[in-house]
Ligand binder design. Sequence first.
Ligand SMILES: [Zn+2]
Length: 309
Amino acid sequence: MFSTTVIRSGNGVIEVREEKISGLRCKISPERIHRRLDADYISLPGEVPCPFCQEKVEQVTPTFADGTRIRVGESLTFPNLFPFAEWHTVTVITRDHMVSEFEPRQLQDAFRGQIISLSRSEGYPSLNWNYLTSAGASIVHPHLQGMVDRRPSALAERYMKGSYQYLMRHGRSYWDDLLEKERQSERYLFGDEIIWIAQAVPLGEREIRAVLPVSGLDDFEPYLDTFIEGLLSVIAMYRSLSTHAYNMSLFFDRRNSSRGFSAFCSIISRMNPNASSLSDTAFMERLHLEPVILTLPEELAAYYRQGTG
Ligand SMILES: [Zn+2]
């Protein structure tokens, strides 16, 4: 399922790994952890007023076309004011601006709100989370983001194409074969219906993946509580490794598709060398492998041509 090339360099060993289905590569250099770049998260006192706090959220956030927002428990879901997907919604998870630990109920409700909002659109859904500013969250108040596009994002598309080719070539699901191997491997964490593993060819630091027994969003809800239980235990492990910030993306195939794809969730921990600063990379750059760009290249060139001094 992946290949490893071991290279000796300096005092250590570098592993170059390549995953066959996706063609993704990474370099693993365990010596570099000794740089100790991780730092404790420091919450900033002066970041009010927050648009997601209770007194503001219903005044400053948009509503759906019928004038409503989706309320599930204490979570609130509404359209993203600055969308970068054809259908892009935000779910404020908690009433509180910061929580020390999420309760299962809080995440179940927030994910349920997302499932409702994502079901309202046709295409390829994903459910995403940037937690804390060093993971690229521009607002600290915990919130999820859901997207549906007519084409899957770069990473999901690689796996969808790879899964289909694998199914055609072998007559079996890639994911069934992967899990059969990974269940016996040193990368297995826990789970039976949903399998949680340390990703062999990680996209980011301490990447954990959960492979779901479904491919589309419509079949996800029966597994939601089990999924949240697993997610919380991964977050707890990150915290015990003194990493507080993380990105999460959960990728689904489109409705009624049976092309050998299994929905999966990827979570990476983010190092906090500057715990109070805002990173310019978030789940799109790190997990979807599709950067969100703010400046039109043509406008940039026009700006240059006009003379910058
Ligand atoms: Zn807030």
